[in-house]
Design a binder for this molecule. Sequence first.
Ligand SMILES: CC(=O)N[C@H]1[C@@H](OP(=O)(O)OP(=O)(O)OC[C@H]2O[C@@H](n3ccc(=O)[nH]c3=O)[C@H](O)[C@@H]2O)O[C@H](CO)[C@@H](O)[C@@H]1O[C@H](C)C(=O)N[C@@H](C)C(=O)N[C@H](CCC(=O)O)C(=O)O
Ligand SMILES: Nc1ncnc2c1ncn2[C@@H]1O[C@H](COP(=O)(O)OP(=O)(O)OP(=O)(O)O)[C@@H](O)[C@H]1O
Length: 529
Amino acid sequence: MRPELVQPVSLARAAASLPEGSPAITPAPGTAAGAWDVEVTGISINSAQVLPGDLYLALPGARHHGAGFAAGAEAAGAAAVLTDAAGLDQLPETALPVFLTADVRRLVGPLSAAVFNSQPQDGSAPLLFGVTGTNGKTTTTYFITSLLKALGRTTGLIGTIEILAGAEAIPSVLTTPESPQVHGLLALMRERALDAAAMEVSSHAISYRRVDGVVFDVAGFTNLTQDHLDLHGSMEEYFAAKAELFRADRSRRAVVTVDEEWGRRMAEAAGTRGVTLSTSGAASDADWQVRSVQREGLGHSFELHGPQGTPLRVRTGLPGTFNVSNAALALAMVLESGADPAAVQDALDRQDPFTVEVPGRMQLVCEAPAAIVDFAHNPDALQRTLESVRRPEGRVIVVFGATGERDQTKRPLMGEIAARLADVVIVTDDDPHDEDEAAIRADVLRGARSAAGQDGHGPLVLEEAPRAAAIYRAVELAGPGDTILVAGRGHEVWQEVKGVNHALDDRVELRTALAKAGFTVPTYDGVES
Ligand SMILES: CC(=O)N[C@H]1[C@@H](OP(=O)(O)OP(=O)(O)OC[C@H]2O[C@@H](n3ccc(=O)[nH]c3=O)[C@H](O)[C@@H]2O)O[C@H](CO)[C@@H](O)[C@@H]1O[C@H](C)C(=O)N[C@@H](C)C(=O)N[C@H](CCC(=O)O)C(=O)O
Ligand SMILES: Nc1ncnc2c1ncn2[C@@H]1O[C@H](COP(=O)(O)OP(=O)(O)OP(=O)(O)O)[C@@H](O)[C@H]1O
């Protein structure tokens, strides 16, 4: 998505606005100095997404060098190319002006900010909230926008499920889009005069510099647990990537959840003005404290104590105590942005902003049996979700798998957690990508069977594929007092197997299986089928 009012900018002007210390840009041999006057109206790092007038930034990648796609960019109407020395070697003959720099990726964000004029300092940019952490980013951003709407503000959203620029919804491909899209969206939201926007910031985004040149008014940290070690190599590196968001030049204020050690370290590492949030009573010196948590229906009620004086009384409608943490973080971030506590309390009382449905996050598909679709796809999320769905009576049946070509070390861990916390474990497929499905299942089953065998009378551990069959199997085994948790894919509607996308929506499969088995299933509109 791009801003609608395109203002051409000369490359010379865009280059002059780069922050101090940025790598220099020079015309490539054969490009005349007069080419600095070329006017660009957009930025693209992907030849397939180039629009006429774009500056095409040809980046080195893990598989290709973008310079190899410059002919496509030229055919699509690119105005100029910026690449590095390695790119110049691969660049096909071109009539476009070509510029060189030592590190193209470092310039994507700042050039996008300059060309799209995404966050001018004249007060017209929406207030920007950024949320990072292993789990809870999507839910917290939904909670932030829901609360802001209850306060009468217009909002935008950038995240895993969808992108909202006001009323318009755009399907999302990445959790955090590429830098030109991020800046383009922020500019569009500014043009539409939105009051505020909430954005998920993945660690991939920080490592790949997708949020360079973005300034967050309030950045929030949820938690850090094992995931993405395929990219970061170690938890220390993963932590270091997340910590970048809390640099003073990126975020004006921070709210850091300090329930665990990584959070406490994050609060210490944060270079920006920060406050801390304790949601579990673990840190009694935190600035914001969650107290008096009570189960209320499917959700919870709690109090948020903080520097504002009178504690806020809060309700969450989504199951899971972790949603208390997400709601508390959303609240503290909105209050730290300057919202009036009395108006916030009034919005909480009148509108119940934390009962908003977050697609595929603890989404209740049926009440008897309790059938829930959730996005837990790493060990911590699976553990917390399984702990949350346990009731005094009834068995817990869990269906899940693991993604191919991603962090393999988490597979047996997830198997082990499921075997410890569920009564029936059905191991199936997630997105295998190019990996062998049976081998992925075997990694998960190894963990599940070793934990199940430990005390001799562990859970029933089953292997069932494809995924729809596993969901049917769970329903077959369930009684009305049981709980079925289908974890790992949440809102996703495609399963990628060896480069081919197959339609698959866990919520639809689960509803269909339950209805066929004779259970009463409300449809999405609340009508019973
Ligand atoms: C692992 C990873 O993140 N890879 C990112 C990386 O890709 P790469 O180095 O392999 O790039 P490449 O394919 O070699 O291509 C090199 C360059 O040529 C360009 N190109 C390539 C092909 C073409 O036809 N035309 C073209 O211009 C590419 O845009 C790229 O700039 O650099 C590319 C842009 O420069 C990113 O688009 C790409 O993200 C891909 C799309 C991706 O799937 N990333 C996922 C893992 C991701 O970022 N996920 C996180 C959330 C994770 C989570 O929490 O679960 C997210 O924020 O979504
Ligand atoms: N605060 C939390 N702590 C631990 N687990 C959580 C928390 N919030 C949500 N979860 C679990 O993690 C899953 C993903 O939640 P959510 O989508 O909000 O996080 P995310 O950080 O956006 O994840 P992703 O980047 O993978 O989309 C949920 O479905 C739930 O199982």
